[in-house]
Design a protein around this ligand. Sequence first.
Ligand code: RAM
Length: 524
Amino acid sequence: MALISIIEDFHPLNNAKYLDIAKSLKPSLHHHIFEPVGAFMLKERYSSEKEAIRLHDVTHLSLGKGRNLCLDFGSHRVGRVSLALSYSGSHPDAPALLKLKFAETLKELSENSDSYDGWISSSWIQEEYVHVDVLPSVISLPRRYAFRYLKITLMDTSPKYKLVIKHAECLAESSAYMERSGAVSYKDPMLDRINEVGIRTLHNCMQDVFEDGPKRDRRLWMGDLRLQAQANYSTFRNNDLVKRCLYLFAGSRFPDGRVSACLFTDPVVEADDTWLFDYSLFFVVALEEYLEATGDLQALEDLYGVAMEQIDLALGMLGTDGILDQNAVENTFVDWCDPLDKSVCAQSVLIYALRFARKLALRKEDAGRAEAIEERIIQLSEAARDRFWDADQRCFVSGQGQVSPAGQVWAVLAGLAEGEEACSAVKQCESCVPDLKMTTPYMHHYYVMALLACGMKEKALDHIKSYWGSMVEAGADTFWESWMPEDPEASPYGGSIINSYCHAWSCTPVYILKEFFHEEWEET
Ligand code: RAM
């Protein structure tokens, strides 16, 4: 299902004070130069068969028309690339025409982007045609790329000369210092590798905001931010970057006060005309967690009202039966899973957010509000149990008898079942129908959190090792936006070439391991 919202004449409600505070928190970017550590050629333009080349020999290679050269920058990098080019033979009598393709994974190198026909723009594919008029020369590409591999295909020269690639480098950028990740060892090679890949994923997405992915969409999404912030508190602790992002969301909203699902920051800050019910509520959750991490009274004072507005707007979407209306359900994200009936999830996310809103109210010493929220939690939970709990199947059922993993996970996280009932619901996740399987690390994160909420620590750890471990085994340098081990080509967008292979919502094992398992390793 495509997630495309177009609202004609959309004019976000901007708050200059919040945007000024966000601006004052804009971080500077740190730079680091990376050069290739390896090289190879693809035997055919789109084949995966490789011919190894010693890096040392690259600067002496004369590339003629149709040849390609792939440079391996060692791991996933986010930055700006420059190439020093020269020639062999006679003086160049025609421009060199290069096709440059930047790839986050090896697989992308041999994919033909012309075959992509999905619903997200193909312009996200990192490919350029570049004319080089003067040789020798150094060309600096104008865009920032997210990649490990660079494939240079020589589309044309002239019979009089060949191209020589003398040097390539990437000026990588991030607002986080890798040396300050606070990485610890879990004394288990796979967990250490998962932790390392997770930290790199988060680091490479930490730019002047928490980007969802540096290849695509390169911007701030609320659901992603909530998880990035949690991972950040366990690692880099760039808490001002979280603060900046919260103020950005508060600073540009829907005209009726709703927090937008996502924001653009360039050329000016502007809320996207996309609203997701669950994402707007994650503003409340992320604010409370930020305050817990920092105790920032200014943020509490400024943003409390915006958070409570999200709660009031969401409560306004309840029917007289205490169950959310279709508009809320249909605008809930949860996971990329078309057949998923999201009614249990939407109701549960609201109750989950209410629990954070209550903590916020207590923090603000707003006792009346806290009490009213408590009553709502009880009322909405009862309504949800009446509607969705199936005592025979011992799990939550929505729509036309649908038992989905996402529904069980969110109901448990909302506290709609406890003890044996919660365990029984969560166990349903293992035996669901293929169409309802979880598709993203984002959803798998919440599954692990539900296992932990049920006290199933060993299972939670096993799942981290098997699910995130399967990405590591499939060659991930950074964690991927969407991943189903049994269907490696799966994409929510109609073609895996457009998938993001460094997506921060997938980095959360760095948080879970540190917060829920670290002590155990310290003891051993
Ligand atoms: C994708 C983005 C983002 C996610 C939304 C719902 O397009 O990559 O990570 O939050 O969808």
